[in-house]
Design a protein around this ligand. Structure first.
Ligand SMILES: NC(=O)C1=CN([C@@H]2O[C@H](COP(=O)(O)OP(=O)(O)OC[C@H]3O[C@@H](n4cnc5c(N)ncnc54)[C@H](O)[C@@H]3O)[C@@H](O)[C@H]2O)[C@@H](O)CC1
Ligand SMILES: [K+]
Length: 484
């Protein structure tokens, strides 16, 4: 499991750890890891030109100490100081002692800095780290512009300057990095868009923080091994009921395809049987003869251990209400999200998993879509709290939040190729199938998103894919995760 912690927690853990260690040890660990990562990125150190952008805090201190290490190995290192009077004194002395050059970012009108940036092989962004508030300030903007124009490689220290560490929001300008070297733990902003995109590749440097960080983390990202442990695998005693039966109440005369795709996902999620109820029974049975179909309502469908409701449902509010009344886990997607009565969801005794994309989440919250996209973590938490349900917010970094709080799960297997019509229907069926197989709503959502993203990648291999390809790729994703 990859975990991420917010600034307050990181600071508390650092205080605890620092109290046990000689002064400066943590920063030296950070700087050593940073210097190694810079060296690797450049291929060699000797003779390379490195520019450090140095802000007023310890983030700049890290950059200066790492710069000193690189200078001692023969790099030409120039530090551009954004706040010369408040620069980390020890770091500055170390860089000077190692033969580095220092120029002021502000007093020289920053032109000297811009020339240095144009000639650099590498820029190290130590403007601001977890102490940052808001986007880059005015004095840093010309430097950021020069970096962009020079197309020079950028390594961000701890975080790309200007992004919000706790939320992944970017309020203003931020520096784009090729590599972010982060210390002690990932920060939520490194795993959630839009900030994640600014971070490039993220490398974690262990500074010993792990032993003092509390449980649970603020954010968790499942890895292959975690997903492998959670996948429902039948035992020798299994029959279709023990494996779980998932009911799909989806599709309409107008949108029969949504039903077919949700069923396609459900067949690959591990449930022992799939029941379909709704007006698209003919289309479903023609494609999947193994599905038990009925055109009566959900209550006449027979035994199910979880329902999926909503994909292609059109205006069928009655079916949504009926499913919400069932005492088994329910996944609500697409039209179902709009049709579901909030109080009816809140009253439910069994788990509920809602799976909106940003547009649907925005409609439920009564805000603009851009607001959800810019602040995904707070949006998913807010929705989970309002509905008393587990919420999976789809996107390039899908988030899953439980209403009771705890760690929010982030999924990073997604690919832009998954943004294709019907792909969400496949995910809803897949997630519902995992619910029927007995996973919690949080696990069903995050494992579903993981497999779905991986299936999209495996099916795509860099080319466009349709939703059916994604559904068909789910089996490969399972095998890939299980290593079989
Ligand atoms: N505390 C520790 O034990 C360790 C801290 N480390 C480093 O220390 C950093 C945190 O240091 P600080 O607490 O000094 O904070 P930062 O260095 O992140 O920034 C604080 C300074 O930046 C200014 N600032 C805030 N927002 C700004 C913005 N948008 N643009 C420009 N300047 C802005 C503030 O006025 C303040 O002077 C971490 O990100 C990490 O790089 C590492 O050395 C590892 C150990
Ligand atoms: K930084």
């Amino acid at each position: 499991m990859r975990t991420a912690y917010g600034v307050e927690t990181v600071r508390a853990a650092e205080r605890e750890l620092m109290a046990r260690l000689p002064e400066g040890v943590l920063m030296q660990r950070a700087a050593a890891g940073l210097a190694v990562a810079c060296g690797r990125l450049m291929g060699r150190v000797y003779g390379r030109r490195v520019v450090l952008l140095v802000g007023s805090g310890d983030n700049g201190g890290d950059a200066l100490y790492a710069g000193a290490r690189l200078a001692r190995r023969g790099a030409g290192v120039t530090a551009v100081l954004l706040a010369p009077e408040r620069t980390h004194a020890g770091g500055l002395a170390a860089l000077r002692g190692a033969g580095g050059t220092v120029i002021s970012g502000s007093s020289s009108g920053s032109s000297g800095a811009e020339v240095a940036i144009r000639r650099a092989d590498l820029v190290v962004d130590g403007i601001v780290g977890i102490g940052g508030r808001g986007g880059l300030r005015a004095d840093a903007l010309p430097l950021a512009e020069a970096v962009r124009e020079a197309r020079v490689a950028v390594v961000a220290v701890d975080l790309p300057s200007g992004v919000d560490a706790d939320s992944g929001e970017v309020n203003g300008e931020a520096l784009r990095a090729d590599l972010t070297v982060t210390f002690g733990t990932h920060k939520p902003g490194l795993l959630i868009d839009p900030a994640r995109e600014y971070a490039g590749t993220v490398r974690l440097v262990d500074i010993g923080l792990g032993e003092v960080l509390p449980e649970p983390a603020e954010l968790e990202a499942l890895q292959h091994a975690d997903v492998a442990r959670l996948l429902p695998v039948p035992g020798v005693e299994s029959d279709k009921y023990r494996r779980g039966v998932v009911g799909i109440a989806a599709g309409s005369a107008r949108y029969p395809g949504a039903a077919v795709l949700a069923v396609a996902g459900a067949l690959r999620g591990g449930a022992g049987a799939v029941r379909y109820v709704g007006p698209a029974a003919d289309a479903v049975i023609a494609r999947f003869p193994e599905v038990l179909v009925s055109d009566q309502g959900p209550h006449k469908a027979g035994r199910v251990q979880a329902w999926v409701v909503g994909p292609g449902a059109g205006e069928d509010a009655a079916t949504v209400a009926e499913v919400l009344g069932a005492d088994v886990p329910v996944l609500i997607d697409a039209d179902g999200l709009r049709l579901a009565d909030r109080e009816a969801v809140r009253r439910r005794g069994a788990p509920t998993l809602m799976t909106p994309h940003a547009g649907e989440a925005a409609a439920l919250l009564g805000v603009a879509r851009a607001e959800v996209e810019g602040a995904r973590l707070s949006a998913v938490r807010e929705l989970a709290a309002r509905y008393g349900a587990t919420v999976l917010l789809k996107g390039s970094t899908t988030l899953v939040a439980d209403p009771a709080g705890g760690a929010v799960r982030v999924n990073a297997t997604g690919t832009g190729w998954l943004a294709t019509a019907g792909s969400g229907d496949v995910l809803s069926g897949l997630g519902g199938s995992l619910l029927a197989a007995g996973l919690t709503a949080l696990d069903a959502g995050s494992v579903g998103a993981y497999l779905h993203g991986l299936a999209g990648r495996l099916a795509s291999e860099g080319a466009p894919v349709g939703a059916q390809d994604v559904a068909e790729g789910v089996g490969r994703a399972w095998r890939n995760v299980r290593g079989v």
